[in-house]
Design a protein around this ligand. Structure first.
Ligand SMILES: Nc1ncnc2c1ncn2[C@@H]1O[C@H](COP(=O)(O)OP(=O)(O)OP(=O)(O)O)[C@@H](O)[C@H]1O
Length: 244
């Protein structure tokens, strides 16, 4: 269970999140959408315990997001995953598995069927961005987390890696894990997400259940001119009163 209550995050003078409130039940799959700079990554970083709220609270299963009990059950796939550049692919996974006191075998087995299958002995610094993303996802989830946070996970993936990721996410969702994914590609929500959280100017402006409807259709009804997601839209609707 995620409970963000009136959370503000400031970077110096700039409020990246402004009194944001969002609740997500166990097992839900929520897609965060919104224009560049609307606060999606900051919200994920807040949930990952990487930035503290300047005011307000963020709790994961009743404990603050930065608490080690929350960290042990959570994975965060960042847009460019932090990896040890001078380890090989296999060494990276062995190291992370060891840190979580897990056997490395299941993580290494997940390389099969990916472009990394024959790159186990390549240094991480020699991998392409799409390869790094695939390795980053396996490394971030060696501990079978119940809460998975993903920042633009499909960016740089080819069609086959993107399809594999979708099927992994569908499986995790079916297993009851809570998933929060931020994306500019609304098609990613289709058939996967239960809800869209539409962000603007540092707030969740709309919390939109999908009920099986394609995300683009649901969003078009709410926002026919695309003001909330188009990067070339003329004005920022986040200055209006929030409605949910
Ligand atoms: N480390 C930082 N220092 C200062 N300002 C930051 C920092 N990170 C983000 N911001 C600011 O916070 C606001 C929200 O940024 P954030 O990265 O959360 O948006 P986003 O919705 O993820 O954007 P995008 O779609 O472009 O990835 C922006 O105004 C951004 O300039």
């Amino acid at each position: 269970m995620i409970d963000i209550d009136g959370a503000t995050v400031r970077y110096g003078d700039r409020a990246a999140l402004s009194e944001t409130t969002l609740r997500i039940a166990p097992g839900e799959f929520v897609c965060l959408v919104g224009r560049n700079g609307s606060g999606k990554t900051t919200l994920l970083r807040l949930l990952a315990g990487l930035v503290p709220p300047t005011s307000g609270t963020v709790r994961v299963d009743g404990v603050p997001a930065a608490d080690s009990r929350a960290r042990a059950r959570r994975a965060f796939l960042q847009a460019d995953p932090p990896l040890y550049e001078y380890l090989t692919v296999a060494e990276q996974l062995r190291l992370v598995a060891r840190l979580y006191r897990r056997p490395p075998g299941p993580a290494l087995a997940r390389l099969e069927g990916t472009v990394l299958a024959d790159r186990r002995d390549s240094l991480v610094r020699e991998l392409s961005l799409g390869m790094r993303k695939q390795l980053g996802l396996i490394a971030a989830t060696v501990h079978a987390p119940d809460l998975v946070l993903l920042d633009e996970p499909s960016n740089a993936l080819d069609a086959s890696a993107a399809a594999a990721l979708r099927s992994t996410l569908a499986q995790w969702h079916a297993e009851g894990r809570l998933i929060v994914l931020c994306t500019h590609d609304l098609a990613w929500a289709d058939g996967l997400a239960d809800r869209l959280a539409v962000m603007s100017a540092g707030r969740v402006l709309h919390d939109l259940p999908l009920d099986g409807e394609p995300a683009s259709a649901a969003l078009r009804r709410l926002d026919p001119d695309g003001l909330l997601t188009r990067t070339d839209a003329p004005q920022d609707p986040g200055s209006e009163s929030p409605t949910t």
